[in-house]
Design a binder for this molecule. Structure first.
Ligand SMILES: C[S@@+](CC[C@H](N)C(=O)[O-])C[C@H]1O[C@@H](n2cnc3c(N)ncnc32)[C@H](O)[C@@H]1O
Length: 252
């Protein structure tokens, strides 16, 4: 998958081509880049400014606080990016669709995403109208720029690209993949400061372990994120457990 990032602060990503330490220079994403499964290209929007000061912003028409990213350098920058068939041009924006695991999965199936990072009060709306396919928000809060949001999108999307995470099962089982939160995880030692690993996990009985994990997933989701249950695929056992949890709660 090809990912292009347009920003006025390429140094936040570890330099113009991500060559020094940055968010993609370690762990799974670094390996994905080294293996050629993901290619990340950075574009400095200032390189497309036409004045000596390399300015990219101006005052908002109609008045008001702050500055707005001007359309000329930004559109020239967007148009300079080679576009593969099926590519999506994505504006990071607090007004966009919220990034979820489902949205990330959709994006990971595309050949290319072009991420446009806003700054200041945002981008001239004509850029959004004419050169953007979708807007993505990483949450209901306002950041100073789209760069951190772009890093989040790259991290979430890249790990869903086939082959990036070695064990595909870890993606299928984790939180939000099937609509539920993941069961709790434990590793060695079996006893830590008087706290024990649940005995079922040491039993070697894979059927029992799978049932325990599923029940934990359902209960955890019921306790912490009941809103997710409406969109989860639930078995008859899951529904029975939820009824028990509900009726225990009403008796409290
Ligand atoms: C200070 S914000 C602009 C907010 C804009 N004036 C508004 O009220 O909608 C500057 C830039 O940060 C990015 N940004 C801020 N919050 C974001 C979020 N929650 N998700 C994605 N991008 C965000 C966007 O690229 C935005 O253009």
């Amino acid at each position: 998958m090809r990912i292009d990032i347009l920003t006025i602060f390429p140094e936040m990503f570890g330099g113009a081509e991500g060559d020094s330490a940055g968010p993609f220079s370690s762990g799974i994403i670094k390996r994905a880049i080294a293996a050629g499964r993901v290619a990340i290209h950075l574009h400095d929007i200032r390189d497309f400014a036409t004045d000596r000061r390399r300015s990219v912003d101006d005052l908002p028409y109609g008045g008001g606080p702050g500055m707005v990213l001007r359309p000329e350098p930004l559109v020239t920058a967007i148009e300079s990016v080679p576009r593969l068939e099926g590519a999506a041009r994505v504006l990071l924006s607090p007004q966009g669709t919220q990034l979820t695991q489902a949205v990330a999965r959709e994006l990971s199936a595309l050949p290319q995403i072009i991420l446009v990072c806003g700054r200041y009060e945002g981008v001239d709306d004509r850029v959004r109208q004419g050169w953007i396919d979708r807007e993505l928000s990483i949450g209901d809060y306002v950041m100073t720029g789209g760069e951190l949001a772009a890093m989040v999108v790259v991290d979430v999307v890249a790990r869903l690209v086939p082959g990036v995470v070695g064990n595909a099962a870890s993606i299928d089982e984790e939180s939000h993949a099937g609509g539920l939160l993941e069961y709790p995880q434990f590793t060695r030692p079996p006893s830590f400061r008087g706290m024990q690993v649940p005995p079922v996990l040491l039993s070697g009985d894979h059927g029992e372990i799978a049932r325990w994990r599923r029940a934990q997933s359902v209960e955890l989701t019921w306790r912490r994120r009941p809103d997710l249950l409406a969109h989860s695929t639930l078995s008859a056992d899951d529904r029975r457990l939820l009824e028990q949890l509900d009726s225990a709660k009403t008796k409290e």
